[in-house]
Design a protein around this ligand. Structure first.
Ligand SMILES: [Zn+2]
Length: 339
């Protein structure tokens, strides 16, 4: 099936202050994500924008789960921030790129209630808003990467040599700004207690990144799988030489998907970090099957393309997009032979 050209994008009625520069966009329009965003952003009656942070749209996804929809600053997929507003404490999952005043927005929504901030993983579209907070939790294998990103240059790639933003129309002063913060790496199973019996468990789910994790909201029976179970694409991007690099592999993702698939009596839906939310847990099984197929036969790919980082392959995930991998990101401890 031919991909639509990258120039092809249909507008969606956005309430946010920034604007996408479609002419430089790096991803083609994804049919499922487009349809979801169109319905959400033009029809959902809970959509609102707060004066304190005009760069994000806010949605009520449950009585106590607020979805903060953020547009991409780098020409890739728009991402979600989730705010779980528990009885005594709140939990913020991810912080997006750092455009706007997320900290002020959280205060406006939850008032004086204390809260914690946690990341699914360290990538720009999920963790570059961390610098406005004092402390951020993550899985312990992701902590070295957050610490490596502890510098004021993380946003430089968004601008050209004249200081003009490349993919999104915004002003540099609207970024949250750099400030060091404390990174708290925690093990698989670490639980955030939001009071009144409302617990959220951090679930190790590597693959997309070494210490990538999901979050299981036990009260709402929702699993937040981060980027490791998004409709459209799951990318396995191993970076040689970084701590725990072997966990950014299809094999590591498969092992943890087996475990979480065995716990599907604990949740009813998935809320991934990009694209559609309210997905059935069957998507986890589909992702697991795609992982198994790649491990058994990495040469049986459905797509192949070249990137600046080398050859990428894609294996179709049932009713979704592709599981994308390279020869080095299939197995934890050996390079795959792909012909
Ligand atoms: Zn992402």
């Amino acid at each position: 099936m031919a991909q639509p050209p990258i120039e092809f994008h249909r507008e969606i009625d956005a309430l946010v202050k920034g604007r996408k520069k479609w002419e430089n966009w790096r991803e083609p329009e994804d049919p499922i994500r487009y349809a979801f965003a169109k319905l959400l952003r033009e029809r959902d009656k809970t959509r609102r924008v707060y004066d304190v942070d005009p760069f994000v749209e806010v949605y009520d996804l449950r009585e106590d789960i607020i979805g903060i929809y953020t547009e991409s600053l780098d020409g890739m997929g728009d991402s979600w921030i989730f705010l779980i507003n528990g009885p005594e404490r709140a939990l913020v999952i991810d912080t997006s790129f750092g455009l706007g005043n997320l900290k002020g927005l959280i205060r406006e929504i939850i008032g004086d209630k204390p809260y914690d901030v946690a990341n699914t993983h360290s990538h720009f579209d999920h963790a570059y808003g961390n610098y406005q907070f004092d402390r951020v939790y993550c899985h312990e294998y992701e902590a070295p990467k957050l610490l490596k990103n502890m510098n004021e240059h993380v946003w430089d790639y968004l601008f050209d040599e004249n200081g003009v933003p490349i993919w999104y129309d915004f002003k540099r002063e609207d970024l949250c700004g750099f400030k060091e913060y404390e990174v708290v790496g925690v093990p698989d199973g670490y639980t955030f207690d939001l009071g009144g019996g409302h617990e959220v468990e951090l679930v190790f789910l590597p693959g997309h990144s070494t210490g990538h994790c999901g979050f299981l909201d036990k009260k709402n029976r929702i699993f937040f799988p981060g980027d490791d179970c998004c409709v459209g694409a799951i990318g396995i991007g191993r970076q040689p030489g970084i701590p725990y690099e072997e966990y950014a592999s299809v094999e590591a993702l498969y092992k943890e998907l087996v475990k979480i698939c065995d716990r599907t009596d604990e949740f009813d839906s998935l809320f991934p970090s990009h694209g559609p939310v309210e997905i059935g847990p069957v998507m986890l099984f589909s992702a697991m099957e795609a992982c198994k197929a790649v491990l058994d036969a990495p040469s049986c790919y459905d797509e192949k393309f070249e990137t600046p980082h080398g050859t990428q392959y894609g294996r179709k995930i049932f009713e979704s997009g592709y599981l994308r991998y390279s020869a080095t990101s299939v197995y934890m401890n050996k390079v795959a032979e792909i012909d």
